[in-house]
Design a protein around this ligand. Sequence first.
Ligand code: TRP
Length: 434
Amino acid sequence: MDREHFSNDITVIMAMAGSAIGLGNIWRFPYMAGQNGGAAFIVIYIFCAVLLALPIFLSEASIGKYTQSGTFGAIEKLLPGSKLRWLGMITVISPLIILSYYSVVGGWSIKYLYVSLAGGFGEDVASEYGRLVSSPVIPLVCHTLFLLLTSGVVLAGVKSGIERFNKISIPVLFVLIVIIAVYSLTLPGSAAGVEYLLKPDFSNVGPKTFIYAMGQSFFSLSLGVGTVLTYSSYMKKDAGLMKTGFGTAFFDLLFALIAGFAIMPAVFAAGIEPGSGPGLIFETLPYIFVKMGITLPFLSRLISILFFLTIVVAALTSSISMLETGVAYLNEEKGFSRKKAVTVLFALTWTLGALCSLSFGPLSGVKIFGLNIFSFCDALVSNFFMVMGALLFVYLAGWRMDEGQMRKETGAAYFFIRYVSPFVIFAIFLSNLL
Ligand code: TRP
């Protein structure tokens, strides 16, 4: 079968950055940095990104590039006949689980974009979020819409869908987030937000900081679930992996930092406490837009539209990479056409996503290990599956791939891939287990 390929290194980096840049950069990084030592956290984060995340990235990427197969097929090639290869199924399932609940949040963002466009938020915006997520119908409609958009891009194929969408979206995302940051930094009282984000505070730095920084770099670069592997299998043979790895990590961090400058100054200018997670984007910021809207109705509307547009697009560039991972599997291993694969996976992720969505409302009574369905899916993948996937990838890259080729491609990082990463990842796994 003829394999489609990304046109060049730039478009590979755009696609990888598209997968990496997402909700994690916007709602998690700024808060993590602020809470865990400001500039000190950022330095530790860079350290973890280079020493831990990059070797994992390079492992996944070299497996994809050299086997020219999607996630399960690649593992099968490296572990022929071994029972261990079945572990590879985790990396087929993980991105689909993430897609299911990510699409629910993508749906909320669509709803907020719609509200921004249709006339802005009402006075009781903070409680509106609780009402939205617990109501059954609207979140389901928006989840469906988000998943349809994702499917549309993936259906169009690697080059005319994924490559084209990312090539346009990534520059647009940077322009949008810079506009918002510039605006945010000019608000009176914004300096406190900059200080929150950057002031080095070593009293907050400890072993825990490293665990947080590792976890964040892991999630933010979309590692361990076969997405990097799948995208890399669309690389041409002459594509440089180091360049791609550093490029992706650079754009991902840059976006996270600018997002911090877009969000925290506004939060502090409005005199509220920064939170993390969905509350930050769906409660705190809309509240700020309402407050600003009293004096600056036009500008506040505009910024609110741009902001939710940024979130929807950033989430889409990530979600298409998750869906593509599953599509590549069904296409190559099961002989499904792209159309059939997208249709089947749409049905599956729509259903699991719907359960996740309803778990804030009608199904809130259903608990798995004390978590609702949405949080359980997130915890299962983020704490266990992603880590197990990463462990499998560094093992395969460090011990199953051709050594000479790996050394040539990954240079000094090879030592880490082979001897250091497996132990560090195992330690993370244990710490998640406890
Ligand atoms: N990196 C994405 C973000 O920052 C989230 C993510 C985690 C992801 N794992 C993934 C995206 C796998 C695509 C595929 O929001």
